[in-house]
Design a binder for this molecule. Sequence first.
Ligand code: ADP
Ligand code: MG
Length: 273
Amino acid sequence: MGRARLVILVNGPFSTGRLVAVSTPLLELRNLHAQADGNSILRGVDLIVRDGEVHALMGPNGAGKSTLANVVMGHPGYVVTAGEILLNGENIAAWTPDERARKGIFLAFQYPEAIGGVSVVQFLRQAIAARKDLQELSILEVRLDLAEWMDRLGMDPAFAERHLNDGFSGGERKRNEVLQMALLEPMIAFLDETDSGLDIDALRIVANGVRTIRSEHPAMGVVVVTHYVKLLEEIEPDHVHILVDGQIVHSAGPELAQSIELDGYDAWRPVAT
Ligand code: ADP
Ligand code: MG
């Protein structure tokens, strides 16, 4: 996609003359502050996601994890009061949620209610047409792509004909989310766990989905919001961050998830004053 790429020749007295490619991050959050209803929720978040990286965002309930995903997506319920969101180095402040989706930021559309009469495949057709800037997209083409992906992901083809969220279980919601991600080919995908949590079935669908999609689209960046260490063991994030009170208080490798499982978030909570 014609992203800026800078190649630096490391050629000092101690160097081995290596070529080091420094690419613009896919997504960069700089000192991001956001409010909802006049309450400060994000209070200075810095985050850099590069090509192909998987980041896990963990943290106690109410820390601001879902808010972070919503703010990046441009959800109208949140106001950015300071800081920047850069996609491939471009400040996206003025972009509508629609534009953000078209340009490759993905947050699964979660429908609280069934949408009367719209099937999974019909919905995907609209979403793909918007993402790929096509006026018309034949339903046949979508069906072919969809069939291929459902096969890869080990999903039952009948799922494509289900009506959106019409009695979807947690696992079916996640199937829908994974299909959206596979077919929309986002540059960066946010996967937020549902408030009711994930059962084992849903967890397996997400982990398997992320692995399969990454093998086809290795440059895609992923931010997984979860407190399930089991999910992270399967997805193997490159970086794990802990968000507490709207700030990333600690970042490390995947081993951090294990220590959270053992010790919880207490060590990272601010000391009450
Ligand atoms: P998490 O996903 O980490 O559990 P959230 O981002 O959902 O946390 O919420 C963080 C805090 O912001 C909570 O105290 C929540 O009540 C508040 N909050 C989130 N969204 C809104 C909103 N639209 N209006 C008012 N308060 C909100
Ligand atoms: Mg949440």
